[in-house]
Ligand binder design. Sequence first.
Ligand code: 13P
Length: 240
Amino acid sequence: MYFIANWKMFGSLNSINSLNKVDHFLKRFKKNRFVKIIVCPPSTLINPMHKKFKKTLIRIGAQNCHENENYGAFTGSINSRMLKNAGAKFVIIGHSENRRSGETNKLINLKIKSALKSGLKIIFCIGETIHEKRKKITKKVLIKQIDLGLSGIKTKKDIIIAYEPVWSIGTGVIPRERDLEASIEFIKKRFRKNKVLYGGSVNPKNILKLKSINNIDGFLIGAASQDPKKFIDIIKKTYN
Ligand code: 13P
């Protein structure tokens, strides 16, 4: 199972210490290579967290990158090569919060290609809006996001898919069990060998329901992952 923490634009140097609690808890999984913990903090914390946790089970990821893997005059941007150099092993690409501010499938495709070139693994986010759900075009939207996002990428082994219905992010609402199962299965059919995760309002209260979804390989967790107690609780309850 994967537990990926997306801290979004939260966290300071002090938050590194709060991750110690998670590290301490994870010691019980030391010999269990099937538990994968990836923390994606803001870029400012990637290197200090990488240094602090490199000998632990916690892997560090980034939340986005520029599409150009070479250096260039792009004020304010960070590319995948820099993220890799800072210690990131993964990068989230295609998050709906970035799609909403103008990131197209085409741009996402370029970002994924550049991140793969830099040697990062991809956490590729897809998901329908509430409007698309109401129009019953979820599958159509997912196919389009997948086909355009991964266009021209032959080797997909370094790509994890995170299905995040936009309407469930930060709302406390999760999909109905059978809807989620259907979406996960639909994605799995296209990517038999890839891990498929769910994201959107995952918390210690609903994890028992979510973990029982067929074929689910883990979770991409926002708000609850910023609180070490809740993050630990989610992992604990998955295995109890
Ligand atoms: P929440 O868990 O806060 O709903 O966020 C989910 C998310 O966007 C993870 O990428």
